[in-house]
Design a protein. Structure first.
Length: 429
């Protein structure tokens, strides 16, 4: 019991420290059912699993979009049935006249049910994978603290007889010798169980119900890696082992409530600006990790009337509205490894604020025809969209994908270095 208290204290400390350090977490309510068993070694008879299940509530702390740690609490039921028919034994003894004979016993119709209810504390590591993280696999362990363990024995039937070798005859009705048919009494009582450690695994699918609710459907397996000692005074104490291993497998449903903390300081703040995404007024700069620094004044595309410069306060408020994947090679639309690193930073920021929605725009420099650049920019934007979807971004958050060609340069197209800056894909909230 002391070790169990230490384990519980460690779990509570882990959860508190995790909540303070991370922003993604889920609360869940779960239930599962299937076959369970309290396995033990027997010399005779047949042992069969029976219906079992568990229910409880959990807490998932997300270490990254793909990994989470689970703990919580719940109740689990384990059942087992043991049956014995036509078990025969014999031994030599003497009757009142001191004549030696063989006492024969045939036992039948015996059934014993064992049941255990445990309070369980899981500690599991879960991995999410597939398109939009639609699948999951979890593995780890559980601590099972027995709350109640019982057994029920039906009345066994004894058919006793005595065989006299000298007479070559078997007597079966002399009750003064204990011969004949007898019925044992039904009995029940408590088993003395100890704490059990389980190895556990689970896998299945995830279904998004809305932006805060997910339904997990899967299968589970729990296997006791420590044997629980028990005591049970019964007539079969000599033919059963004194160790029980709890095992369970079945289907499981879990409803999770996804709750997010406010985005950390490094994430872009939300804004109420109503400027359209296609506005030609550009922010003075973008996040340092993913975009280039712009000049103080941006040139308008040739043939376009000059726009009135936006107030400095409005430009500052839009700095968080733009991220760029930059430095595309001329006529190229594929995403390089370096650009994927930039996208991973953007995706991580977007996953901190699950309510945000955005546009994806492809841009080019001034080289090439308008028709070619239009197709090229759309290809760049579509490939960025596909990459973001593969990393778990919900497609419903993407409001549109479009080509801007060379209509909105960040810097004048006067050198190859500047043109490389203008060849980019923008993500705008």
């Amino acid at each position: 019991m002391k070790k169990s208290k230490i384990f519980l204290a460690g779990l509570i400390s882990f959860v508190i420290s995790g909540v303070s350090a991370q922003s993604g977490y889920e609360f869940s309510f779960y239930g599962g059912s299937g076959l369970s068993a309290l396995r033990y070694d027997i010399a005779v008879g047949k042992m069969s699993p029976a219906f079992g299940g568990h229910l409880g509530m959990g807490y998932h702390l997300f270490l990254s979009p793909s990994w989470s740690v689970e703990t919580g609490m719940g109740l689990a039921l384990y059942n087992n049935v043991f049956r014995l028919n036509n078990f025969k034994t014999n031994y030599m003894t003497t009757d009142p006249d001191d004549v030696l004979f063989e006492f024969r016993v045939n036992m039948s119709d015996y059934e014993e049910k064992r049941r255990a209810v445990m309070f369980q504390i899981p500690l599991m590591l879960q991995y999410h994978f597939g398109k939009k993280n639609a699948y999951y696999v979890a593995f780890g362990g559980k601590i099972g603290l027995p709350l109640k363990a019982t057994y029920e024995c039906s009345g066994v039937v004894f058919n006793n007889s005595g065989y006299y070798e000298e007479e070559d005859y078997e007597y079966d009705s002399q009750q003064f010798l204990g011969l004949g048919e007898y019925y044992g009494k039904a009995s029940s009582g408590n088993l003395n169980f100890k704490t059990t450690v389980f190895a556990s695994a689970e896998t299945g699918c995830k279904w998004k119900l809305n932006k805060h609710l997910w339904l997990y459907t899967g299968v589970y397996l729990d296997y006791g890696i420590t044997n629980s000692q028990y005591t049970q005074p019964d007539v079969f104490e000599s033919i059963t082992d004194k160790k029980i291993t709890a095992v369970a497998a079945g289907v499981k449903l879990r409803l999770t409530i996804n709750t997010q903390k406010p985005p950390p300081k490094k994430a872009p703040p939300r804004t109420t600006s109503t400027r359209p995404a296609s506005s030609t007024t550009r922010p003075a700069t973008t996040p340092a990790s993913t975009t280039a620094v712009l000049p103080e004044k941006e040139q308008e595309p040739s043939g376009t009337p000059a726009k009135e410069e936006a107030p400095q306060e409005e430009i500052a408020s839009q700095k968080a509205l733009l991220w760029s994947v930059k430095e595309y090679q001329l006529s190229e639309s594929d995403i390089t490894d370096k650009q994927k690193q930039e996208l991973d930073i953007i995706i991580s920021m977007l996953q901190q604020d699950v309510d945000s929605k955005f546009y994806i725009y492809g841009h080019s420099c001034d080289l090439g025809t308008s028709a070619f650049n239009d197709r090229l920019c759309l290809q760049r934007a579509e490939k960025v969209k596909a990459y973001m979807l593969s990393k778990g971004i919900d497609e419903s958050r993407i409001l549109g994908v479009a080509s801007k060609r060379d209509a909105e340069p960040l810097v004048p197209n006067t050198s190859e270095e500047n043109r490389k800056i203008n060849r980019r894909v923008e993500i705008r909230l």
